[in-house]
Design a protein around this ligand. Structure first.
Ligand code: KG4
Ligand code: ZN
Length: 351
């Protein structure tokens, strides 16, 4: 079974052809960092236009690389949300056009489900598993019980983890995108020089908060007598990253205890989303995972940040489960994985 996946929900234009035996026949991710750098964040209109300009060429390229024609496909999967609506429309409409012309089933995929199921492609993880989804727009802990079956344990009450990294990097003048810039700067920094808060640490529940940490960083920087030096920036980045690591580790520990009670016998902890590319955070999470008697699974960095392989794979899983969508499927800016979970704010727009 071969599925073409399309991803256009934020600032990556991506396409991939994936087989149900887990072979990635071809994939391509075109970033837009240069288009957005001057603004220090993703500009929705610029992103949508870039997707329109690039998507057709990228699809042609992956089809050629895979050595197949549209008639060889068994389905088309396109991200239908959550994300920036203009971009989502570009990918979903393109997917619908291919599905209609070639009479293929269409899978309108939740971008977050793409992140969530990647570990089943890379590591054959079985249900149920505990998931920490940390990306530019989301920071959630979920019990994943099956395809389309999610129960949220906790979420951010303000900023997403990646958003916090991006804002901190902007504040420290480290450039865009912020996550990799903070990680690089932190490598030679002293995480203990500045005392930064760890919001919600030790509190009951699995929710997150990062805005207080960001505000604390603003105050520390404002208190400098002169512009922070490069050394100061490295120490600030290291302090910030260590605080995020402590918060994630604390919240994940609580979630593991709850997961163990609800799913005795299951012991897999999956970390997914763009922020999972951060090696320092991975190390910290691995330590608490082992302490909690779980095993940690993290997809390789290129499959943690946005890509179309994860969308094609989620499409394969949905097709196999008979979860096919009609050509009337709508793009959705908001689309929680667990619709029963209460809305608590945070994570607007990006996924
Ligand atoms: O999943 P993703 O590619 O896009 C969304 O769906 O949001 O995640 C992007 C986010 C950005 O906020 C970026 O700064 C963050 O992931 N990120 C990182 C790292 N690489 C990407 N954060 C921390 N450390 C990294 N190495
Ligand atoms: Zn994402």
């Amino acid at each position: 079974m071969l599925v073409l996946g399309l991803e256009t929900s934020c600032d990556e234009t991506a396409a991939a052809v994936v087989a149900d035996d887990r072979r990635v026949l071809a994939q391509c991710v075109a970033g837009q960092d240069d288009d957005h750098r001057a603004y220090g964040g993703v500009v929705p209109e610029i992103a949508a236009r870039a997707h329109v300009e690039r998507l057709d060429g990228i699809i042609a390229r992956v089809m050629a690389e895979a050595g197949i024609g549209f008639a060889d496909l068994d389905g088309v999967a396109a991200t239908a949300g959550p994300g920036l609506l203009g971009g989502v429309m570009v990918g979903l409409m393109t997917g619908k056009a291919i599905a209609a012309v070639h009479r293929l089933p269409l899978m309108a995929v939740n971008h977050l489900e793409g992140h969530a199921l990647t570990a089943r492609l890379t590591d054959r993880v079985s249900f149920p598993f505990l998931l920490l989804l940390i990306s530019g727009g989301h920071c959630q802990l979920l019990a994943v019980e099956g395809v389309g079956r999610y129960r949220r344990f906790g979420t951010t009450i303000d900023d997403a983890a990646g958003e916090a990294f991006d804002k901190a990097a902007k504040l420290l003048g480290l450039g865009y995108p912020g996550g990799p810039a903070i990680e690089a700067a932190a490598r030679d920094g002293d995480p203990r020089r500045f005392a930064l808060p760890r919001p919600l640490l030790g509190r009951v529940g699995c929710d997150f908060s990062f805005s207080g940490l960001k505000t604390a960083l603003v105050h520390v920087v404002a208190g400098f007598p002169a512009e922070p030096t490069e050394g100061d920036r490295r120490d600030l980045a290291a302090g910030f990253q260590a605080a995020v690591a402590d918060v994630l580790a604390d919240r994940a520990t609580g979630a593991m205890a709850r997961f163990r009670l609800e799913f005795p016998g299951a012991d897999t902890f999956v970390v997914a989303g763009g922020v999972a590319a951060n090696m320092a955070l991975r190390d910290r999470l691995r330590a608490v995972t082992e302490a909690g008697g779980f095993r940690m699974v993290v997809p390789p960095p290129a499959l943690c940040t946005d890509n179309a392989v994860m969308i094609a794979w989620a499409g394969i899983e949905r097709l196999a489960a008979g979860l096919v969508d009609g050509l009337d499927a709508s793009p959705r800016a908001r689309w929680p994985l667990d619709p029963a979970a209460p809305f608590v704010g945070g994570g607007i727009g990006r996924a």
